[in-house]
Ligand binder design. Structure first.
Ligand code: ZN
Length: 572
């Protein structure tokens, strides 16, 4: 593949292509020509050329206008019709958690035989002192959670610790419980919220619910030092860049303190090893703590070019699988159950109003429609009582939103963020969610189109590495699943919500670029290709508008540029 065009082709331009090389100079100024440049600006312009100088975009238009901005030393890249987009922005991720969770064997499968085969193979081949794994799904276990005894048959000498697909439970063997000192007499870590599942005699079964109890066991098996975390996180950051991601909105650091997590990212930046902008948040899930002082402290401490603590992340409810998501109407399978919010409503409302008054935007985990409504109400009150300002409050997940609330996103200027890769009738929705909520509410999940049609801003946030079924960070897979509302490999299952629920491609692309930037309050500097904005760009091998929607995720990333620097180039 020839990337540098002959000088004759550019005779009109005062360009001196650098010495012919097949690899790009990672720190040069660039002129991208002959592309299909989808700007994602307010006019949805499509042009053919982009000029980059330093960390900024200096030109967007047709190639003949480039001569005014290109200087000696600019690398001219002939895109030969490839697609150019603003770098992908992930509106909800746990970038600093993946270094802890995504280690060991990948256990994402629906087939129990396959699951145990993978575990056996890991135990036979791994020489590690602790057997780790991730991605255990819920849907094969509708008749009861797996137990330590099942693992003890395979490995009883070394501790085994497996994360579930959502990261909020773990499955361990007896040796792990023993090393952590967990037995019949161990008190619950956070009663009612984070605990060890027990048998009739009170003995822990090997199934652990929620992060505090999970960490109680994990930290007694491995030394979760910042160095340990940084090694795993560093590898994942490179994968983000390879997927075209240039900015992430981190929604909570796990496995280390928030301070340590931000410091790890700041260290990556100082070493020149941070290929994404990292906009983080103060994570709040305990109503007994006032989140404002911690949020303000983090914001003051981390405010560099690439690492910024900005948001207050609130955890209002859980998920439908554990019956701790909050719904307007009762659960079908437990109609009398009224779950408590993770943080009481009045405390959430008070925090939202005070954060808003202090100029701090919130982003809230609202899984069910009652959680969504409660947060919208809180923001509505904040707007009423506080002076006007540029707000960018966000509701994330919103797996179910009451139709009465669809238009409120536009009215209140609240961004709706959710995970594209979750937007299909996957086996989890078919089984667990359908028994909890019934078919109609499942089919109404992820109401992106009606909210966008009412003028609301929708963004994609992967929630990686967390998931109910597929743990996925690649934006092209989110865009494909959102556009299809069907799972890759399962086109026999009807689209979730029907054909009308399929996201138009333009909307899906905006959701991973400009809209996600709006959902971080960063639309003046990133999210679209406009002169003066940061040079965050992804080049795809094909124009997605010329690809079947069901094949979008097959398209390869050719280059990723963040802050004017090449962070990924497709291997030859
Ligand atoms: Zn999350």
């Amino acid at each position: 593949m020839k990337k540098f065009i002959a000088v004759s082709v550019l005779a009109a331009l005062p360009v001196f292509a650098q010495a012919q090389s097949n690899r790009l100079n990672p720190t040069a100024d660039y002129a991208l020509i002959n592309g299909r440049v989808h700007t994602m600006d307010a006019d949805s312009r499509v042009v053919s050329a982009v000029g980059i100088e330093g960390d900024k975009i200096v030109y967007v238009g047709e190639a003949d206008g480039l001569k005014n901005v290109i200087g000696i030393g600019t690398e001219v890249i002939d895109l030969e019709g490839r697609m150019v987009l603003p770098g992908f922005v992930d509106g909800h991720i746990h970038a600093a958690a993946g270094g802890l969770i995504m280690l060991g064997v990948d256990l994402q499968t629906d087939d129990k035989d396959e699951l145990f085969a993978r575990i056996r193979q890991e135990v036979e081949t791994s020489t590690d002192d602790v057997i780790l794994g991730y991605g255990v799904r819920f849907n094969p276990w509708t008749d009861g959670n797996p137990t330590a005894a099942m693992l003890d048959e395979i490995e009883s000498d070394r501790p085994v610790y497996f994360w579930t697909i959502d990261g909020h439970s773990a499955w361990v063997n007896s040796r792990a419980l023993e090393l952590a000192g967990i037995d019949k007499d161990t008190p619950e870590t956070v009663p009612g919220f984070s605990f060890f599942e027990r048998d009739a005699d009170g003995n822990p079964t090997g199934w652990i619910v929620e992060i505090p109890a999970q960490m109680q066991v994990l930290t007694s098996l491995i030394d979760v030092t910042p160095d340990f975390m940084a090694e795993g996180v560093g590898q994942w950051l490179q994968r983000f860049a390879a997927a075209g991601i240039t900015t992430v909105h981190d929604h909570g650091i796990q496995g280390m303190s928030q301070l340590e997590g931000f410091q790890m990212m700041a260290d990556f930046e100082a070493k020149g090893e941070l290929p994404v902008r990292f906009v983080g948040s103060y994570y709040w899930n305990d109503g007994n703590i006032d989140p404002l002082p911690g949020t303000i402290e983090l914001r003051e401490q981390f405010n560099s070019d690439l690492v910024q603590a900005q948001y207050l992340k609130i955890n209002m409810d859980g998920g439908d699988d554990k019956w701790n998501a909050l719904y307007v109407d009762p659960y079908n399978d437990k109609p009398d159950l009224v779950p408590d919010p993770i943080i009481p409503f009045d405390i959430v409302r008070d925090a939202v109003i005070r954060a808003d008054a202090a100029g701090i935007n919130v982003t809230c985990h609202c899984f069910g429609d009652l959680a969504v409504r409660t947060l919208l109400d809180a923001i509505e009150t904040a707007i009423e009582v506080n002076p006007p300002r540029e707000r960018a409050h966000k509701i994330t997940h919103g797996t179910l939103i009451h139709p009465d609330d669809y238009a409120r996103f536009a009215e209140l200027g609240v961004i709706y963020d959710s995970s594209g890769a979750w937007m299909s009738l996957d086996p989890l929705l078919q089984t667990v969610s359908t028994s909890r909520l019934g078919v109609d509410r499942v089919q109404a999940m992820f109401p992106v189109n009606p909210i966008a049609e009412a003028g609301g801003v929708f963004s994609f946030g992967s929630d990686w590495p967390v998931s109910g079924y597929v743990s996925e960070y690649r934006p092209l897979m989110a865009i494909e699943t959102g556009a299809m509302r069907q799972l890759r490999g399962r086109r026999d299952v009807a689209p979730l919500g029907g054909e009308a629920a399929r996201l138009p491609l333009q909307l899906a692309l905006e959701a991973h670029t400009i809209n996600a930037a709006i959902g971080m309050g960063l639309q003046s500097s990133i999210g679209s290709l406009e002169v003066g904005k940061k040079a965050d760009i992804v080049v795809l091998e094909q124009d997605l508008f010329q690809v079947e929607p069901g094949q979008i995720s097959d398209v390869e990333v050719a280059y990723t540029i963040m802050n004017g620097q090449l962070t990924y180039e497709k291997p030859e």
